[in-house]
Ligand binder design. Structure first.
Ligand SMILES: NC(=O)c1ccc[n+]([C@@H]2O[C@H](COP(=O)([O-])OP(=O)(O)OC[C@H]3O[C@@H](n4cnc5c(N)ncnc54)[C@H](OP(=O)(O)O)[C@@H]3O)[C@@H](O)[C@H]2O)c1
Length: 259
């Protein structure tokens, strides 16, 4: 029987982390590799994926492989799953982390292109990737899917309504995925991050000076987290440590008081 740190062991497992060239995805990829998983690092461009995989292997050891996949393109999603299946033979963990929060746009100025781009990458792509991966997990007795949402899914916000609404839909889809795939041993949960210091957070500050100060003060811990502070939660959800947890959205917010 596994006890203590054995519970978090991912030796022999294969994980895909989307959007792992930087930010939260990069931290989670390093964490999973450190726990023994072979990790597929994705992003939009092949050179960046390969560079991130090599840098992460040099930083923390482990086996990492970079494969480009634009999350707004279902054909690329299909190709990613086929290549991981053919080259690595299995998929045990999927972290649907890639996401975009482009320039702040009030609802009166939302275009169909903007809506489709944000929903395509943040919701439609993750749904499709999970739907292609879940049957492969089921073939081997199960797996763990983790969708990355946002604390903003619980309250929306001026100029970010398209982003926060698709993340709220992802919280809901997480529950449907959990319901549909539980009998096949596939657990599905999500992480709703509060403020973490990444390029996305830097972009928010550029678009709205003072954003970071406001975001930090909305947490009980009164700070913006380092990206590595998501690793523990990702390892918990990816591993047998969370074997009885499915359909949940874990709020990793430094204590933001969400309704
Ligand atoms: N940082 C925060 O405070 C915060 C808070 C709540 C939720 N989140 C969520 O956490 C996730 C990660 O955010 P982050 O802050 O780490 O963002 P980030 O620093 O901007 O990194 C985003 C990652 O996604 C990749 N990416 C962007 N567009 C993509 C696309 N179309 N297809 C595939 N990959 C794409 C990027 O890779 P390339 O540029 O190499 O393509 C990069 O690796 C997102 O889902 C975000 O919504 C973040």
């Amino acid at each position: 029987m596994a006890r203590g740190r054995d519970l978090f062991d991912l030796g022999g497992k294969v994980a895909i982390v989307t959007g792992a060239t930087k930010g939260l995805g990069r931290s989670m990829a390093r964490g999973l590799a450190g726990a023994g998983a072979t990790v597929v690092v994705t992003g939009r461009r092949q050179p960046a994926c390969e560079a991130a995989a090599a840098e992460l292997a040099a930083e923390g050891g482990g086996k990492l492989l970079g494969i480009a996949c634009h999350m707004g393109d279902w054909e690329q999603i299909e190709a990613l799953v086929a290549r991981v299946r053919d080259e690595l033979g299995r998929i045990d963990v999927l972290i649907n982390n890639a996401g975009i929060n482009p320039a702040s746009v009030p609802l009166t100025e939302v275009t169909t292109e903007y809506w489709d781009k944000v929903y395509g990458v943040n919701l439609k792509g993750p749904m499709r990737l999970a739907a292609r991966v879940a049957p492969l997990m089921a073939e081997r007795g199960g797996g763990s899917i983790i969708n990355v949402t946002t604390a903003g899914a619980y309250f929306g916000g001026a100029g970010v309504g398209v982003y926060t609404s698709c993340k709220a839909a992802l919280v809901n889809l997480t529950k449907t995925m959990a319901v549909e795939w539980a009998s096949q041993g596939v657990r599905v949960n999500s992480i709703a991050p509060g403020p973490f210091m990444s390029e996305m957070m830097e972009g928010a500050e550029r678009g709205q000076p003072g954003y970071q100060k406001g975001a930090a003060s909305a947490t009980l811990l009164k700070r913006i987290a380092d990206c590595d502070e998501i690793i523990g939660t990702a390892l918990y959800l990816a591993s047998d440590a969370s074997s009885f947890l499915t359909g949940e959205d874990i709020k990793l917010t430094g204590g933001m008081q969400l309704v």
